[in-house]
Design a protein around this ligand. Structure first.
Ligand code: P6P
Length: 335
């Protein structure tokens, strides 16, 4: 049979999830269903982002979120879409969202999982057509099933994640995730409405020549970070900063690089949120051979005390993160 006439379309996300389910001997399919629910919401959000200029969904929503940040209309839409998909999927008992102050109870009291998510990160870039993203983490609940998710269910440290991922809505839309067995990337084919495996077994380079940070705040960076940035310039590295964490992270994951959002005068604990930005990307980068640190401590070992707590973030190629830590340590010794 001349199958060159009909080349295979590749492995869909669904088929990949089912095949990988065998990695979990006692898997009963609930995590697979949860990942499908996230992919469904991602397809819907992708459609709304791609048509944002044609619908009245750009611009500010007119509210501030719990972070005191101006909510964009698409922030609110994405939040609704992901909550609805996870509620209807039935596997998640409670959700933490950047867009909601308190824990969102789904009513699925038999659900075994908790999801922490930033439904749409970098949304201020929507109106200027710059890549944005969704970030999520999945935890197993620690409380008994049959009741609402508890605060303790939600405040688990990053080493207890059972899955994490992001969707980057860019020149193409990709879903990248891990369940602790490596990192795989899927590219969305809108004409078929499917994600196809396009980046199997992603391994991030041990080092790189790209650094990403907002140097507009550099005057208030810790001296260790300032010294590292000077080192980058002496080494002739490239500064690349999109202002959209998922886009900067994704480029550095594939090409090698380091993203730094340190403590600043405006954000004394850093700007990024531990539960649904730092931990999620930390799980992914570690599974890809990289590192995620506050500059002095492994992100995933931070014991969370609040749903929306922030932490400084240094994430990317292992040797570059280690170099930042070296400069931070040297500074601590002299200060
Ligand atoms: P700044 C977007 O608001 C975000 O959370 C990340 O996506 C991005 O990397 C960072 O903040 C940009 O922050 O202070 O440089 O504008």
């Amino acid at each position: 049979m001349n199958d060159k006439l009909a080349l295979p379309v590749g492995t869909t996300l669904d088929r990949f999830i089912m095949r990988k389910q065998e990695d979990f001997p006692y898997a009963t399919g609930e995590l697979s269903q949860l990942l499908r629910d996230i992919a469904l919401a991602a397809k819907i959000v992708n459609r709304e982002i791609n048509r944002a200029g044609l619908l009245d969904v750009t611009g500010a929503y007119g509210n501030q979120n719990v972070q005191g940040e101006e909510q964009q209309k698409l922030d609110v839409i994405a939040n609704i879409r992901f909550i609805r998909a996870l509620r209807n999927g039935g596997e998640v008992c409670a959700i933490i969202s950047e867009e909601e102050e308190d824990i969102i109870q789904t009513g699925n009291t038999k659900g075994k999982y908790i999801v922490a998510m930033d439904p749409l990160d970098g949304s201020s870039n929507i109106d200027v057509n710059v890549s944005i993203g969704t970030i999520f983490s999945v935890y197993r609940r620690t409380s008994e099933t049959g009741c609402d998710g508890t605060l303790e269910d939600c405040l688990q440290n990053g080493t207890r994640q059972i899955a994490a991922g992001y969707i980057v809505y860019g020149s193409s839309t990709m879903l990248v995730y891990t369940t602790g067995h490596g990192v795989n990337g899927f590219t969305y084919e809108p004409s078929l409405g499917e994600f196809f495996l396009s980046h199997p077994n992603i391994v991030t380079p041990r080092t790189g020549k790209i650094y990403s940070c907002n140097e507009g705040s550099a005057n208030s960076f810790p001296d260790g970070v300032k010294n590292y940035l000077n080192y980058c310039k002496e080494e002739g590295y490239s500064g690349r900063y999109i202002g959209s964490l998922v886009a900067d992270f994704h480029r550095n994951l594939l090409k090698g690089g380091v993203y730094i959002y340190p403590a600043t005068a405006k954000a004394p604990n850093g700007k990024l949120r531990l539960m649904y930005e730092c931990n999620s990307l930390a799980f992914i980068v570690e599974q890809a051979g990289g590192k995620a640190s506050t500059g002095t401590k492994r992100v995933m070992e931070i014991e969370p005390t609040e749903l929306h707590q922030r932490c400084p973030l240094v994430i990317g190629s292992a040797e570059m993160v280690e170099k930042v830590e070296e400069f931070m340590k040297a500074e601590a010794l002299v200060s």
